[in-house]
Structure formats: C-alpha cells, structure tokens
Design a binder for this molecule. Structure first.
Ligand code: FNR
Length: 414
C-alpha cells in the first residue's frame, strides 16, 4: 500500500512496473552488445522458455477469510535472518550495462537489506563493492579456477569482504553456446569487462607477470612488463577501454591468462573438500538440476544448493528449473536449504517456488534491466517491486508467512 500511496503524492516510478514493459524499456536503453549478453540465452533458447513454462504450469489456489492483515516475509537462512526471500543473483560483466556496475547494485540491495551475491566476474572488486554496503548482507560467488592458489585467494578475500556465504557455480565450467554473442563477435571478458576480481588479485597478478616473462610461443605475443602494468591498471580503472588497448596486441596475454585460469572443467565432487578447507563460511552449490546431484551435495557436506540452470544461458534444450525443484526438495528432506532461480519475474513466481519448497529465490535479469534504465534507483525499484508483489500475493493467497506455504497452496494447470 505504501507504493500505491506514493503514487497519490505524485511519485512516479523510475522503471516500468510490469515485467514485459521493463524488458522493453531495458532493450531500448542498452547497447546491442549489452542486450545480447544480458537478455540472451544459449542455443535456440529453449531452456529459457522452459523456465517460464515450468512456472506457468503451476497455478496458485487462493484461500480466503484467514486473517492475513499482518504478514511476515522474513526468512532464516544459513545462520542469518533476511527481510524477504529475495536474493540478488550473481551477475557478471555489469560494466557493460552501467558505469557504476556492481556498486549501483550494492547500494540498492543494501538499502533494502536484500543479500547481494557478488559475481566472480564482477566489474568492480569485491572490496570496493563491500566498502559501500556497511554491514548489509553480501555473499560471494566463485567460479572454480584452474589455479588452486587463485581459488584459495578469492575465498580468503571473500571472507575479508564480509561475505556471509560462498556460492560455487558449477554449471559454467565451459561457457554456453550463445548465438547472440557469437553473431556480434562480442564477449565482455575479452574486452576486459568483468575481470576486476582477477586483475585485483595478487595471485592472478603474479600469474600474469609470470606468463609475461615467458618467451613468446607461436601465436602468443611477447608481452612487456609495461604492457602488463597498463593492462592491469586499465581493467581496474577503465573497464571497457581495453578494446583499444588490445589492438596494440601485447596486453592480450592478461586476457588470455584470464581465459586459461577462469575455470576447471575437470572438477569433480572430491575436489570440493579443498573449498571446505579454505573457508569457514557456509558453502552453497549453484547449478544443481538432478536429484542425484542434490543427494551427492548432501553427502559432500555442503550447506545448501541453488536449483538453477543459469537462467537458460548454459545448456540449451534442458528441463525447466522449476520442473526439477519438487523432486530435489523431496530428496533433500529438509537437511539443507534448497534455493531456486531461473525465470523469476514477479511475486507469484516467487510464491510458487517457495510453495514447492524453495527456501529463497535468486533473481537475475529483472534488476539488470532496472540498472540499465535507471542505475541504482532502477535496481532498487525492481527489487522493491518484486518483494511488494510477493507480499501481496502471499496475502491474497491466504497466507501470513512463508512457513505457511506448501504444495497445497498450488494446483497444476489442467
Ligand atoms: C548471470 N548468471 C551468473 N551466475 C553466476 O553464478 N555467476 C555469474 O557471473 C553470472 N553472470 C550472469 C550474467 C548475466 C548477464 C545473467 C543474466 C546471468 C546467472 C544468474 O546468477 C542467475 O542464475 C540467473 O540470472 C537466473 O535467471 P533469471 O532470473 O535471469 O531468469
């Protein structure tokens, strides 16, 4: 009702309220490269469509006359209390969307008390992002590097930056086949956008310097120490300008080094113990879709999972993320929190995921659209709208808290 009252006092929204209008306005506000990267999914984009179809298969069955005047949206998760079940998903390369990038999101999420998961592919370092958040909640998302030392360094830095949990994303050891980006021959990381966690990392910097000192091998250009310094400084201070710098050839090695250390496709369950050894924070595995992988996550002793298919950006032709949630919730049996993402666009979507057993939801693209349209204020409004619409859906479906939601709150579409 506060939001409706704002309207009466002449406050106009800074972003369109409906998901479709938000999407359209973001399209108009973004460069073709940014739009391809953010809005695009993999292959023929059937996984992204399946995510929406899966949400649409379930319908809310409202109840009445249950005194829903006072509602509590709070959740307890991994040892912390959060004001709502909405979490800002890790999103890389935000420098492509807005110059304030991760800082704008940090400001907005801190204002709302919504946990923000810093991306491993951030455009601002986790330290500078954390610095503007006070003690508002933040988590850190890790891509498991081919370098053990870099993994350990990122975990150490995340603890220093006040992260409350570590999210290890497992579905992106290899970048998905993304036709929109391929058609534009554009990937942000190649242009130095989204590698700030690396260029600010002492281990990564040492790796780059070591490679720069190696003699040129075939197509890899000889890199002078000066070129490395220029590159490391430029990616830190002027992400995005790298493309001009790259034309000169030499600094390419740092980007290539990033591509080399970015991930470890050979990673197996056994290696998770390394992360456990290097952090005392709760560990959450993101990208779980199969009940047997949920069982293995439990056996590996992690603290939670995110049922996610990366918003349909990784494997094409996959099952909708919500379609796999009930079986995973069943196999986990309350022994660890099961979070959910991929396709959440409104309050009723949040309610459906929670009713099917999710402990919280991560939201990606919608607030990125808000960022593109109106910077930090846009992110804030999108997140606030999602929480407000969820609050209304909770009340209108006849519930006063998340604990009251169950599969009985839903019906399958005939
Ligand atoms: C992502 N996602 C993502 N995930 C992750 O673990 N690390 C990352 O760096 C990124 N980067 C990223 C960039 C962009 C532009 C998007 C849209 C997504 C995936 C993200 O965390 C989340 O799983 C999805 O965005 C959820 O789907 P929706 O909400 O976008 O439908």
């Amino acid at each position: 009702s506060t939001i409706y009252r704002d309207g009466a006092s002449g406050h106009r929204p800074v972003v369109p309220t409906s998901a479709q209008a938000l999407y359209n306005a973001a399209h108009a506000a973004m460069s073709p490269e940014a739009w391809a990267y953010v809005a695009g999914s993999s292959g023929s984009e059937t996984t992204a469509a399946a995510n929406r179809a899966a949400l649409d298969r379930w319908r809310i069955v409202p109840r009445v006359l249950r005194n829903v005047a006072v509602r509590d949206l709070g959740i307890d998760l991994l040892g912390h209390h959060y004001p709502s079940p909405v979490i800002a998903a890790p999103v890389g390369a935000l420098g492509l969307v807005h110059p304030d990038a991760d800082l704008a999101v940090a400001r907005a999420s801190a204002e709302l008390g919504i946990p923000y998961i810093f991306s491993n592919q951030a455009s601002k370092t986790m330290e500078e992002t954390a610095a503007i958040m006070g003690d508002s909640p933040r988590w850190f998302q890790l891509y498991w590097s081919s370098s053990d030392d870099l993994v350990a360094s990122l975990l150490r830095r995340a603890e220093g930056a006040g992260a409350q949990a570590i999210v290890i994303t497992l579905d992106t050891h290899t970048l998905g086949w993304r036709p929109r980006d391929l058609d534009l021959a554009y990937l942000p990381f190649i242009h130095g956008i989204g590698i700030a966690q690396y260029t600010s990392d002492p281990v990564f910097r040492a790796i780059v310097r070591e490679r720069a000192a190696m003699p040129s091998d075939g197509p890899r250009p000889r890199v002078t120490p000066r070129a490395v310094k220029t590159l490391l400084d430029m990616t830190r201070h002027y992400p995005g300008r790298m493309v001009e710098n790259l034309r000169s050839g030499e600094p390419r090695v740092a980007v290539e080094t990033f591509l080399d250390v970015f991930s470890r496709p050979s990673l197996t369950w056994d290696e998770l113990a390394f992360a456990r050894k290097h952090t005392s924070l709760p560990i959450v595995l993101k990208g779980i879709q199969h009940p047997d992988d949920a069982r293995r996550a439990l056996a590996a002793g992690v603290d939670g999972i995110v049922v996610s298919n990366h918003g349909g950006r990784q494997i094409d032709g996959a099952i909708g993320s919500l379609d796999v949630l009930p079986a995973i919730v069943d196999i986990v049996g309350g022994r660890m929190p099961v979070l959910f993402d991929s396709g959440i666009r409104g309050g009723s979507d949040i309610l459906k995921a929670l009713a099917l057993g999710a402990a919280a939801v991560l939201v990606g693209r919608p607030w990125v659209y808000g960022l593109a349209i109106a910077g930090s204020a846009g992110v804030r409004e999108v997140l606030r709208n999602l929480v407000a619409e969820f609050d209304i859906a909770l009340g209108l479906s006849g519930h006063t808290s998340i604990a009251e939601l169950s599969r009985d709150s839903l019906g399958e579409r005939p």
